[in-house]
Every structure is written in C-alpha cells, then in structure tokens.
Design a protein around this ligand. Structure first.
Ligand SMILES: Cc1cc2nc3c(=O)[nH]c(=O)nc-3n(C[C@H](O)[C@H](O)[C@H](O)COP(=O)(O)OP(=O)(O)OC[C@H]3O[C@@H](n4cnc5c(N)ncnc54)[C@H](O)[C@@H]3O)c2cc1C
Length: 353
C-alpha cells in the first residue's frame, strides 16, 4: 500500500495544474487518469489567461504547444450582420486557438517535473479510512490524506461520494472538422433559430465548426453529415465553408452546470468537475487553471491544519458561478430574434437554479 498526501483524479488541465502546485509545496502527490481517447472539439483560450499562466510559470508551456494566435471574434448575434471585436483593443491582447492534446501533455509534463507521480488509469474503488482515503484497484491500493476531483464533467469522485450535479439548460455541441485554407485567425460566431454556430481555425491546418443546440435537435443531426450540412447551409456567414470536406459530425454535452457540493471532509473539486461553462463564455479552461490553483492552495492550507481553507475556496467558486451566470445571461438576452423558439426561450430566462 502506498501512502501519499494528495490523490488528484483526472489528468486534464485542472488535474495537472492542481497536482503540480501541491508537489511544488513538497507534498507527495499522485495524479490518476488516462490520456483521453476522444479528441477535444478545438478550443480557444482568451488572452486574460496570460497573467495567470505567467504566475503559474506555465506560459512557456502554452507557447511550446504551438497554439495559433486568436486575434479577435466576428459575430452575428442579435442581428444578421457581422460585428468584429479585435483583441488588439483588449487589455490582455490576443488569445490562442489551442492544440489541446499537446497543451494538456505539456501541463502533465510540468507536473511530473515537479515530482508528481502519474498513474494512467481510471479511478478504482474509493473508501474513507482512518488516514483519509483508500483507493483500490485489482492489484494495488493507495492511501491519501486528501482527494481532488479534477475529472471534468464526470465529477467521478463527488459522484462516488453521493454528490450530484445540477445541469443548466441542456446544450449539445454537434461538431465536425475539415482541412482549411482559410487563414482567418478570428473566431466566427453566428446565432440561428435553433442555437448558435462557432467556427475556428486550428493550429494543425484544420478548422472546426460546431452547432450548439438543444438535445432533441442535436439527436436529429449528429452522425449524419447531410443533416449537419443542411444546418450549415441555413447560416448566413458560416455557409462560406460549406464546400470543405467535413468529417462525420460528433456530439458532446456542452451544458453549463455545477456540483451540488464543491467540497467535503478531505476532498474538493476543481475545473469542470466543480463548475462547467457554456462554451459561449469561453471560460472553461481559464476556470480549470484558476480553480486548480485556488483548490491546491486550499488543500495546502487544510493539510497544515487551517480548518476554514476549504470554505474560503467554496466562496471563491460561488463568486465565479455568480459572475458567469450574469455574463452568460447577458449574452443570451442580446439575441431576441427568435422569441418563439424553445432554445432561445429557455436562455432568455437564464437564471440560477
Ligand atoms: C463543445 C465544447 C467547446 C469548448 N470550448 C471551449 C473554449 O473554446 N475555450 C475554453 O476555455 N473552454 C472550452 N470548453 C471547456 C473546456 O473544454 C473545459 O472547461 C476544460 O477541458 C476543463 O478542464 P478540466 O481539466 O477541468 O476537465 P477535462 O479537460 O475534462 O479533464 C478531465 C479529465 O478527467 C478524466 N477522467 C474522467 N473520468 C475519470 C475517471 N473515472 N478516472 C480517472 N480520470 C477520469 C478525463 O479522461 C479527463 O482527462 C469547451 C467545452 C465543450 C464541451
């Protein structure tokens, strides 16, 4: 049986950063989780993440992952015409279209360099023990004083402990990739009657287009290229990429939501496991990095006997959630062209559940 201080479950950005921060404080940390098999949609990180990455000592890792600069947004939202928001006028500067697999890999590499052990397997059995927690697999087990749930929307640790999730309005992204000669480094966003589209260039020469819609509509088009292309054809601006050779559309859950409880005796959740965001906010990765940092600080303090540490962390999450709801509600209310469509009706009344 291996005895450690902290087990971090989930080897995505939140897990890599939280485990690294604790290892840098001198704790024995094991990061538990496989490399995800399903490729990510194709995400962007806003320039606002630059100071945070710099403080974490991870800006260089982002640069080494060879992202593509994201220099602005063009959006047709609340009206048919495209408006441009140039990040030149943003105090944080340009953001990045990420090479997500490489970015995650470099974050894990940084964690390993800090002394984290990485077990590339799924979480085994979890039970509480006199020393904290016992995690068991068929041929090994581990005791940990603290657990961090960084398992993304699965929030596997919290669920095993009986803590449920609250989902906001259901949102499904139906997305496909294509090779692209279009070198426009801006993200294109267009709202339509059934939801909204997103198109972005990726650093590897492809682009991604995704329709974010309700579950029923998504079910009718996922896995069917013809149905997805019909939706694309119905757009005013994204249809310019109709002739590309699109992959078969896939679907994934993109709803915002949160855990009913963010922390308990000897555990807390970070990243999407704690709080998941509608991709319209472009806030998910920033939140994963930020809550990983704050969550690791809380665990460090708790291990030193500061009993209020987890409570302070929970109040941080509460503020983040409130700010997110204000922001996302504001964006959805700006689109009033389809008052009779259920997608927009649900979102125009966006509020805390
Ligand atoms: C369609 C879509 C588009 C998005 N676009 C953007 C964007 O443009 N910008 C942005 O900032 N964010 C975006 N996001 C959000 C972003 O992807 C997440 O916020 C981010 O990945 C959260 O990081 P994380 O480390 O918390 O979770 P994840 O990246 O999900 O990592 C969780 C890890 O836990 C692992 N895990 C799960 N179950 C277990 C288990 N049982 N045992 C061990 N490990 C387990 C998983 O394999 C995974 O590796 C988007 C999300 C979606 C769905």
């Amino acid at each position: 049986m291996t005895a450690i201080d902290v087990a971090v479950i989930g080897a995505g950005p939140a897990g890599a950063v939280a485990s690294r921060q604790l290892a840098l404080c001198g704790y024995r940390v094991v990061l538990i989780g496989p490399v995800p098999e399903v490729p990510r949609v194709g995400e962007s990180l806003p320039g606002a993440a630059r100071p945070l990455l710099r403080d974490l000592g991870l800006l260089e890792h982002l640069e080494r992952s060879l992202p593509q600069a994201c220099i602005g947004n063009r959006s047709a939202w609340g009206g048919a015409h495209l408006l441009t928001h140039d990040f030149m006028v943003d105090p944080h500067g340009a953001g990045w279209h990420l090479n997500r697999a490489r970015f995650d890999e470099l974050l894990r590499e940084a964690a390993l360099l800090a002394g984290v052990q990485w077990w590339r397997e799924r979480l085994g059995r979890v039970s509480s023990s006199t020393d904290g927690w016992q995690l068991q697999w068929a041929h090994k087990s581990i005791t940990a004083r603290w657990l961090i749930d960084a398992s993304g929307r699965a929030s596997i640790v919290a669920r095993r402990l009986g803590v449920g999730r609250v989902r906001d309005q259901a949102l499904v992204a139906v997305y496909a990739w294509a090779q692209s000669d279009n070198r426009d480094r801006r993200t294109l966003i267009e709202s339509v009657d059934k939801g909204w589209w997103y198109r972005a260039s990726l650093p590897d020469g492809r682009c991604v287009a995704a329709l974010h819609t309700c579950a029923d509509h998504a079910a009718a088009i996922q896995g069917c290229r013809r149905a997805w292309l019909e939706q694309l054809e119905g757009t005013r601006h994204l249809r310019s990429c109709l002739d590309s050779q699109w992959s078969l559309p896939r679907a994934c859950d993109a709803s915002g939501g949160q855990l009913r409880q963010w922390s308990g005796d000897g555990w807390l959740a970070v990243g999407d496991a704690a709080l998941a965001f509608d991709p319209l906010s472009s806030q998910g990765l920033f939140n994963a990095l930020y809550t990983a940092l704050r969550g690791a600080e809380a665990v460090d303090k708790a291990l030193q006997g500061q009993l209020q540490a987890a409570e302070s962390y929970v109040s941080v999450l509460h503020s983040v959630r409130q700010a997110y709801l204000r922001q996302i509600g504001y964006h959805y209310r700006r689109e009033q062209r389809w008052p009779n469509e259920s997608f927009w009706q649900e979102r125009n009344g966006y509020r805390e559940r």
